[in-house]
Design a protein around this ligand. Structure first.
Ligand SMILES: [Fe+2]
Length: 343
């Protein structure tokens, strides 16, 4: 049995299908999604939410900035909150496998006429700042300051006992273009949503480097915008517990969707909004995707079990609201199709 991507001549696949052959020899080696930087309007209010409620640990508190990490993380930060006048997404961070990979990445982005710079970034080694084809700000680095190992200091774990960052999900105005770009970078497709017409169009894609369902996902919509960051909990009970905590500590309006189980990815989840509206997904229990011949799962845009296995449609806000990136123009999507929404 040949792998799924070799069952038809590659040229026929390229011509007839939106799904590409995975790139097993990428131009540089991305290890995983690593961190995000968010601009927030009131650091004290954000600290109360991320630290006191969700249980994030503070790695550094500096004038105008808060560096946070979750209990499993040895890296200095997976969320950087920076105080600003407007709430925006600032940058999306990825770890690469070596210093050489940073130089290969810089060459690759430069060949595509995309901006490249190596600014000094606190708590990180050499860091490449660039942008994808839609202008979404990206940064790549190899080394970051390391922090104390807290995983087995259970008595200190608070809130949702968040273990680590898992993924980044973005709105894109052109899912096919984003998919093609990240596929070339070596991100591999695990699941996708397609419209039902004879030549179906990609509506959303989930792509990974680290070996579970995704490091990055793209959803059709006004973009580029950050839809959410997904953070991993040890189990569904941590998510149920934070529901009780939020519902009784003034954060009930911040609970947007769930708890529930996704059809796509099989993950148990809860979507919440921080005090500035940035969306966080508490996420656990997806599956292993390291096999090179793992065939991506196709979902129909009209299948209600795609959004949630138990059939509940997502609210309208979930499909429409997201965090814009500073000074990055947002465009309407090329695809008009919309899924079923709850309200
Ligand atoms: Fe997610």
């Amino acid at each position: 049995m040949r792998p799924w991507y070799n069952r038809l001549p590659q040229t026929a696949i390229e011509a007839a299908m939106p799904v590409r052959k995975p790139n097993f020899s990428p131009p540089f080696n991305v290890v995983r999604a690593s961190h995000v930087e968010l601009a927030v309007r009131d650091l004290g209010r954000s600290r109360a939410f991320y630290v006191d409620c969700l249980g994030y640990m503070i790695s550094a508190e500096e004038p105008g900035a808060l560096y946070l990490r979750a209990v499993e993380e040895r890296n200095h930060h997976s969320i950087v909150l920076r105080e600003a006048k407007a709430a925006t997404a600032v940058t999306l961070g990825f770890k690469v496998a070596s210093e050489d990979d940073l130089d290969r990445a810089a060459d690759w982005f430069a060949r595509k006429n995309l901006p490249t710079a190596f600014p000094k970034v606190p708590h990180q080694g050499r860091t490449l700042r660039t942008a994808d084809i839609n202008g979404m700000p990206l940064e790549f680095y190899f080394t970051m300051d390391q922090s104390a190992r807290m995983l087995q200091r259970y008595a200190t774990h608070q809130g949702a006992r968040i273990q680590r960052i898992d993924h980044i999900n973005c709105f894109t105005p052109d899912v096919q273009a984003s998919y093609d770009f990240y596929n070339e970078m070596g991100f591999r497709l695990t699941e996708y949503t397609e419209t039902d017409e004879p030549n179906g169009k990609l509506w959303a894609v989930w792509m990974h480097r680290k070996g579970n369902v995704h490091d990055i996902a793209f959803t059709n919509g006004r973009g580029p915008r950050l839809h959410h960051i997904g953070v991993w909990t040890a189990g569904p009970l941590d998510i149920l517990h934070i529901c009780d905590v939020m519902a009784t500590s003034g954060y009930l309006p911040n609970m947007e969707r769930g708890p529930d189980r996704h059809g796509i990815s099989n993950a148990f989840f809860l979507y919440i909004r921080d005090p500035d509206g940035h969306r966080i997904e508490l996420f656990t229990s997806d599956y292993l995707t390291v096999d090179p011949d793992l065939e991506p799962l196709r979902w129909s845009l009209t299948d209600p079990q795609r959004q949630t296995l138990w059939g509940h449609p997502a609210p309208k806000s979930w499909f429409e609201e997201g965090s814009e990136f500073i000074s990055v123009p947002v465009r309407d999507p090329v695809l008009a199709a919309q899924p079923v929404v709850a309200r």
